[in-house]
Design a protein around this ligand. Structure first.
Ligand code: ATP
Length: 441
């Protein structure tokens, strides 16, 4: 198999596991789908929610300098005029004259030749990626609004509210997790480039002279984060964006890239956005968006460092790093090697046989007690033990607990099986709590 075929195969295997085990489904599937849209099923959603909660804890709850925001997706059209999105949030679109297929001109190897049919290409033109809509019953220019293409502006427009409500001292940040929409020219690579996706973003406001120090702080925090969700160190890279490629308002940008099965691509971004956004909103709204330094009595517009995380890209990176195949006991198996803090299910509890009431009763009791403490615990009595192990391996459950006849008749011990090694240990029921407390850390 060529390297390219191998990568495609790996992606297909991952997509098929995601559907089979209920992580991610194609959007509107029974109607043939809708390009660039994906629906999360039970386990995918649990994985996504775990990542979200970890992010919120690390970047908001565990800090003293962050303020959460949950702004609406629809905003006054002036927001997007101020930021320049209404005019410039576009990608170069190019169409093949022969097969009429459309591409992003900056993503194809040769702008003269169609990558699909080899036909002659037309001239590239700018295509605005914002989804346009109308708010209210009258469809005229004044009612135009857009589905936000980033969560960032929902925070900048609330800067004055944050200052007035909480009186924070610089430096401080605003943080938000929410949906963003982009009418991507060529969505693809599973959820990597979607038209509807979630972002986790911070606008960290600073005095201009501290930008280098704060930039370094978040650079390290972003690396630590990739480690926290279990991404392999050797798959995460920094890419310094050159002067020519950087957004005009940014003085420094680093992309964090990741080795996805389809190649190395952007996972997150870290940008020093200067005072561009607040200045523009101040100019366009006519409202002063500055900061009074109590000590120097100086008023100025704060500068901003923006760490920006794609949530769906985080999920995809975690899924692709977790996907593992091995030969356990001479049999090929697939398992998701999630780190326990993101795993959708932490422990699965089985009765050895489902038609033996005393086994089921004991297993239910163990399940209920573990669930009270560890939350994401699953009871599974479907099929034989081998089948249950295979299912739980593909869901990525770190531990399975089996109640058997010896548990009841002999020693009050259960079999605890480790997902990664397949090893099985007998552990006393009363010791399970302490065991999992440590093992699931
Ligand atoms: P790209 O170059 O891949 O189009 P971008 O540089 O335009 O991305 P940003 O505007 O910096 O992306 O958005 C911040 C983050 O939001 C990205 O790092 C990524 O994680 C996520 N993101 C952006 N576009 C998409 C998309 N279409 N689908 C899923 N996630 C996205």
């Amino acid at each position: 198999m060529s390297k390219k075929d191998e990568k495609n195969q790996r992606m297909e295997d991952l997509i098929s596991l995601c559907k089979r085990r209920g992580f991610i489904f194609q959007g509107s599937e029974i109607y043939g789908g809708l390009a660039g849209t994906w629906d999360y099923g039970h386990f995918g959603l649990a994985l996504k929610n775990n990542i979200k909660s970890l992010w919120w804890k690390k970047f908001v709850t565990d800090r003293e300098d962050m303020y959460g925001i949950d702004a609406d997706i629809l905003m006054n059209q002036k927001v997007w005029q101020a930021t320049g999105h209404a005019e410039n949030f576009s990608d170069p679109l190019i169409e093949c004259k022969k097969c009429k297929k459309r591409f992003r001109a900056d993503k194809i190897p040769d702008v003269k030749k169609c990558p699909d049919c080899g036909g002659e290409m037309g001239e590239p033109k700018q295509f605005n990626m914002m989804f346009k809509t109308h708010v209210g019953a009258i469809e005229d220019a004044s009612s135009v609004s857009y589905l936000r293409p980033e969560t960032a502006q929902g925070m900048f427009v609330n800067y004055k509210n944050v200052i007035d409500a909480y009186h924070p001292k610089l430096p401080f940040g605003m943080a938000q997790i929410g949906k963003a929409f982009r009418n991507e020219i060529s969505p693809g690579d599973f959820t990597f480039r979607s038209r509807e996706f979630e972002q986790m973003e911070i606008e960290y406001l600073i005095k201009p002279d501290s930008w280098k120090e704060v930039f370094e702080h978040f650079r390290k925090e972003m690396f630590d984060w990739t480690n926290l969700i279990g991404l392999k160190k050797e798959h995460v890279y920094e890419h310094e964006i050159s002067d020519e490629d950087r957004a005009f308002y940014s003085k420094r940008t680093i992309d964090f890239e990741f080795d996805f099965p389809f190649g190395r691509e952007e996972l997150y971004g870290l940008a020093y956005r200067t005072d561009y956004d607040l200045k523009r909103h101040s100019d366009f709204s006519g409202i002063e968006l500055n900061y009074l330094d109590e000590e120097t009595k100086e008023r100025f517009i704060p500068h901003c460092i923006e760490p920006s995380f794609g949530l769906d890209r985080s999920v995809l990176a975690v899924l692709s790093d977790a996907y593992t195949e091995d030969n356990l006991g001479g049999e090929k198996r697939i398992f998701m090697k999630f780190s326990p803090n993101v795993a959708p299910v932490k422990i699965a509890v089985f009765p050895l046989l489902k038609n033996k009431p005393q086994l089921v009763e004991k297993a239910k009791e163990v399940y209920k007690n573990l669930k009270k403490e560890f939350g994401a615990v699953m009871f599974d009595d479907n099929g034989n033990i081998g089948k249950r192990y295979r299912r739980q391996d593909e869901i990525g459950t770190p531990y399975c607990v089996t109640v058997d006849f010896e548990t009841i008749e002999k020693d009050n011990m259960v079999t605890v099986r480790d997902r990664d090694t397949g090893t099985q240990d007998r552990i006393k029921i009363e010791d399970l709590f302490a065991f999992f407390k440590k093992a699931l850390q």
